[in-house]
Write a protein that binds this ligand. Structure first.
Ligand code: AMP
Ligand code: MG
Length: 427
């Protein structure tokens, strides 16, 4: 992520006060400062494995068993002693029984004999090699095997997949289906996970209306709260929705206090500019602590990070696209850190040929919204998803990636290679 974003020496003010001419903080710097400040929730709880999807593992899990626990067959075929395999020509081996998965063959296997064996079935003690059923010819009660087989083939050794005592899943892993499967394969039915962080959200703005009410002139629906609710829910936190707060100092302060009383973090939108009705940063300056409040990101320059009471505070801009872009680039890594996730990096970047002309002024790292596709050659191409206004949710909704344009970049001509961040994995 940091690769696109080049330092300008003036853009390093640690704790800019509101006002014109405040130097902008670089996005990677802002992210690093947030991550340095956030301490994971300490509480740990034990949950059943099937309820652990998306939770952050608090304590590493080591295997208490060998996987597989016994030597077993990797194929359907015939288990035999490798010394009975022919060096040339063919050999006939007598089939004396069957070893089923979960129902081992209990009898003896002598030289010149073999056992029909299924995938996953235990190898009889006297055998060490499995010949795939496709490679033998069954003739009555015996099979004929040609030369060319390798001693020990198609056998899974004890502990081949995982040894007893080996590290299975590290602390800080966000549990995904593969980990659920792995842990289940080790017989682990409960896991220790971090408590889900509680994140309070509220919107600020006299003009905002809840859904279902008619709009008077100048009013808009409160869309940010719904987008942020979705983004936070997707991350697996407990969302506390405190609604929409009107632009008075008293109401804003009351909302802050209610949020800090119940939540580990507070995410708001609106009111972080320097307009007359922007109380969020003012309250933070007087009653909380502000980390920084202007970042060289577009859309979304005015964003606040700080603390209020015991809660981390993220004040996102009001414009709906700005709110989402700053959420994904700055708040999401912080939520991951708060959850105790070891990996807080934003997801992978790809390079793609840009087919649109993109307007861009140097000075901020820009996250334009694009539609990424893959050519038959395997190369990626991307085009703008439409009008790139900070309030234009349609082009955000139509997009499947961010086109990330470096700080110093100017306009982009069609045919230029650009960096893109697919939404898959981000959203
Ligand atoms: P502000 O950051 O408060 O100056 O708001 C910037 C712009 O975003 C204004 O046009 C607001 O009406 C709009 N806006 C602020 N909050 C929201 C919200 N929750 N939903 C939709 N639009 C919003
Ligand atoms: Mg406002």
């Amino acid at each position: 992520m940091a690769g696109t974003d080049h330092a300008s020496p003036a853009a390093n003010d640690p704790c800019g006060a509101p006002g014109h001419g405040t130097p902008l903080l670089r996005v990677d710097e802002a992210r690093a400062r947030i991550l340095a400040a956030v301490v994971p929730v300490a509480d740990v709880e034990s949950v059943e494995l099937h309820a652990s999807l998306g939770r952050v593992l608090a304590v590493a899990v080591h295997s208490e068993v060998d996987v597989p626990a016994q030597r077993s067959s990797a194929m359907d075929g015939y288990a035999c002693d490798a010394r009975d395999l022919p060096g040339s020509g063919t050999a006939a081996l007598q089939v004396v029984g069957t070893s089923w998965a979960g129902r081992p063959y209990a009898g003896e296997v002598n030289r010149g004999q073999c056992v029909r064996i299924m995938t996953g079935a235990v190898l009889p003690a006297a055998t060490d090699t499995v010949v795939m059923q496709e490679h033998v010819r069954l003739e009555g009660a015996s099979v004929s095997i040609e030369a060319g087989h390798r001693a020990g083939q198609n056998v899974r050794a004890v502990g081949e997949d995982m040894r007893r005592g080996a590290l299975a899943v590290t602390a800080g892993t966000v549990l995904q289906p593969a980990q659920l499967g792995l842990l289940a394969s080790l017989g682990v039915g409960r896991v220790q996970v971090r408590r889900r962080p509680r994140v309070a959200i509220f919107s600020t703005g006299d003009e905002l209306r809840p859904l279902g009410e008619p709009l008077a002139p100048g009013q808009v629906y409160d869309s940010n709260r719904h987008a942020l609710h979705g983004a936070l829910t997707r991350l697996g936190v407990e969302v506390i929705d405190l609604g929409n707060v009107v632009d008075t100092r008293e109401d804003t302060l009351r909302a802050f206090e209610a949020a800090a009383a119940q939540a580990d973090a507070i995410v708001t939108s609106g009111g972080v500019s320097v307009g007359d009705a922007d109380y969020v940063t003012e309250i933070l300056h007087h009653r909380g602590r502000v980390g920084f409040w202007k970042v060289a990101i577009k859309p979304g320059k005015p964003i606040a990070f700080g603390r209020f009471g015991g809660a981390y505070f993220f004040g996102l801009p009001g414009n709906p696209v700005s709110a989402l872009v700053t959420f994904y680039q700055l708040v999401q890594p912080a939520v991951r850190a708060l959850q105790g996730a070891a990996d807080t990096d934003p997801p992978i970047l790809l390079r793609a040929t840009c087919e649109s002309r993109l307007r861009k002024q140097p000075g901020r790292l820009e996250f334009q919204r694009g539609i990424l596709s893959r050519l038959p050659s395997g190369a990626y191409r991307v085009r703008s998803s439409g009008h790139q206004g900070a309030a234009t949710l349609l082009s955000m909704s139509d997009a499947n990636c961010f086109i990330i344009l470096p700080l110093e970049q100017g306009d982009v001509e069609p045919g230029t290679e650009v960096e893109v961040q697919p939404f898959a994995g981000l959203f």
